[in-house]
Ligand binder design. Structure first.
Ligand code: UDP
Length: 382
């Protein structure tokens, strides 16, 4: 082994594994963008916060690419864009509360009008904020691009079927787009980004399996426990117990926590989270729902850790069987394949994460903005 490789192995060093990102090419056309984040959690998120992480990276990449971006968001946010907090405080414990969303969104709409009145209008709104802006998109004078962060399911599909045509709906995986109701009128698929270079690659693996996320039935922490018990491997669980999920955690998870084989380390963030991902022997994603994207899979890959996932939703677009992990049907198959994670190279995992670079994602959104603006000027339906 070369001295350089040995150094990398010992230090879990960040290493580029792919040629320079083609998405880095600067665009010819520049936009003035109103980026509308939710009011719940600051950008970037201090811990849990999939949407906020995406907004942070896309926003910074757009600024680096020369666009003028104002970020309408919760206070406490940081960004390369001009930060415009709308409410006096963040609301991490009242997610989806209508009072707060209505207050936040209507203040953003006021700001769009003020910008136009001041002779410096936005070209486009990029909305990540729940359900209000898309439903009201035909009441504002700006084209609106809406990223669908959640699933199309029994609750949300009627909403998208009815309101989708008012904005320009962008999906975060082909799998998610394939489930859209006809009225959603999906205009593009743009994957979520990851700042690969910010993640240390783990070459020196420890023995534990890792699960990170929200403790819900569909994300499968209880199935990860089953896999760990079947293989005799240690399992570290990290994540949040959201309101209404306390009972699930108390009955399906807590009884199995013994602090030795099955360990819960709470909500994690920052360098500690990255190290957990980098050191893991394998990441488990035993999902039982059409996962719209699954940031945690891409984070594991960036950290050089193979992903074992059930073949649902976007997992089949992210996991390349035998290259950066394994796709399986159930817990038994996952348990059977766990040891084979040792055959997967950290470099290959890392390389597979590089196709989700923020600049490539930003380029995808630039095309979506251009399309939205064209449709707005031509008078065609959004
Ligand atoms: N996350 C975190 N700390 C935790 C649990 C989760 O920072 O304790 C992050 C995780 O790293 C990922 C996001 O929250 O970036 C979850 O996004 P994902 O798409 O996996 O799931 P979602 O909850 O959005 O369905």
């Amino acid at each position: 082994m070369s001295e350089q490789n040995l150094y990398r192995q010992l230090h879990n060093e960040v290493q580029r594994t792919a040629p320079p990102d083609p998405g880095r090419q600067k665009p010819e056309r520049h936009f003035r963008i109103a980026m509308l984040a939710p009011p719940w959690i600051p950008i970037p998120p201090p811990g849990y916060g999939g949407i906020e992480y995406v907004v942070a990276l896309v926003t910074d990449a757009l600024v680096e690419r020369g666009h003028e971006v104002e970020l309408f968001c919760a206070p406490g946010s940081r960004s390369k864009a001009f930060v415009r907090p709308l409410l006096p405080e963040a609301h991490p414990h009242e997610i989806e509360r209508a009072l707060i969303e209505a207050d936040h969104v209507s203040r953003a709409f006021e700001a769009f009008d003020q910008a136009a009145a001041a002779g410096h209008p936005f070209d486009v709104v990029h909305d990540h904020c729940g359900y209000t802006p898309l439903a009201m998109a035909d009441r504002i004078d700006l084209p609106l691009v809406h990223t669908v962060h959640g699933p199309f399911d029994r609750e949300t599909s009627p909403y998208y079927d009815h309101h989708g045509h008012k904005g320009n709906v962008v999906c975060i995986s082909r799998s998610q787009a394939g489930m859209a109701p006809p009225g959603a009128d999906v205009k593009a698929v743009v994957y979520n980004p990851i700042d690969v270079e910010a993640w240390p690659v783990g070459y020196q693996k420890q023995d534990y399996l890792l699960w990170v996320g929200r403790f819900t039935e569909e994300k499968g922490p209880q199935r990860a426990i089953k896999v760990a018990k079947a293989t005799g491997r240690r399992l570290i669980l990290a994540g949040v117990v959201q309101p209404r999920q306390e009972r699930f955690f108390a009955t399906e998870i807590e009884p199995h926590l013994d602090g030795r084989q099955i360990e819960y380390v709470g909500e994690v963030g920052g360098a500690r989270k990255q190290q957990l991902f980098a050191d893991a022997f394998a990441f488990l994603m035993p999902i039982a729902w059409p996962e719209p994207f699954g940031m945690v899979m891409v984070e594991a890959l960036a950290a050089g850790t193979p992903v074992l996932a059930f073949d649902h939703g976007a997992a089949v677009e992210i996991v390349e069987h035998g290259v950066n992990g394994f796709l399986v049907h159930d817990e038994d198959e996952m348990a059977e394949l766990v040891e084979r994670a040792a055959e997967i190279k950290p470099e290959d995992c890392r390389r597979s994460a590089e196709r989700f670079s923020p600049h490539r994602v930003a380029a995808g959104y630039e095309a979506a903005y251009a399309g939205a603006m064209e449709r707005a000027t031509s008078g065609a339906p959004a």
